[in-house]
Design a protein around this ligand. Structure first.
Ligand code: ADP
Length: 160
């Protein structure tokens, strides 16, 4: 049986912290489905298509990673994709409250679903997409936080 897991998130944009979680997930499942959430409650910086394309550029020929976008409830997406394992990353205790709520809500909506939490490397524990966007906005160097593909995409976006 091939073990598959969904790693859902906004990835607006993907950072080295997210990549660290994807690589850790690859050690425990055969296929990681990175699922970009098209969230109707948030106005994203990059469109969902742009976010998907960026992640595909970072993991171009890696067989173990599939990148998709989804709308609606994650529990429903788990059902339609027939994947019952969700991966989420934890940076610090501050992430826990929200993640706990989310995991229990998903379990309530779809009892087949289980969430696995992976701890990021300590060096990424302060890193978030929003910090990266703010730094890029003020033309600060983000090369330590995101891959070059993301760095170029941010520069391009802010120069538009
Ligand atoms: P969401 O809006 O769903 O929280 P994010 O793209 O911000 O989407 O995060 C997706 C997942 O990745 C979440 O589980 C989040 O805790 C985790 N994550 C975000 N940044 C990091 C990081 N620096 N290190 C590890 N995990 C992270």
């Amino acid at each position: 049986m091939i073990k598959q897991a969904l790693y859902p998130g906004s990835f607006d944009p993907i950072t080295n912290g997210h990549i660290d979680i994807i690589k850790r997930a690859q050690k425990i499942v055969d296929v990681v489905h990175v699922a970009v959430f098209d969230n109707p409650f948030k106005k994203p910086f990059f469109t969902s298509e742009e976010r998907v394309e960026l992640i595909k550029k970072i993991f171009p020929s890696d067989q173990g990673i599939i990148v998709t976008a989804f709308k609606g409830l994650l529990a429903d997406y788990c059902k339609s994709s027939e994947i019952s394992t969700i991966i989420r990353g934890l940076r610090a205790v501050s992430d826990f409250d929200y993640e706990f709520q989310l995991a229990h809500t998903n379990q309530k909506l779809n009892d087949n679903v289980d969430t696995i939490f992976l701890m990021t490397d300590l060096k990424y524990s302060y890193l978030s997409s929003s910090v990266v966007r703010q730094l890029a906005h003020f033309k600060s160097d983000v090369s330590a936080f995101v891959p070059k593909e993301v760095q170029y995409a941010l520069e391009e976006k802010f120069n538009e």
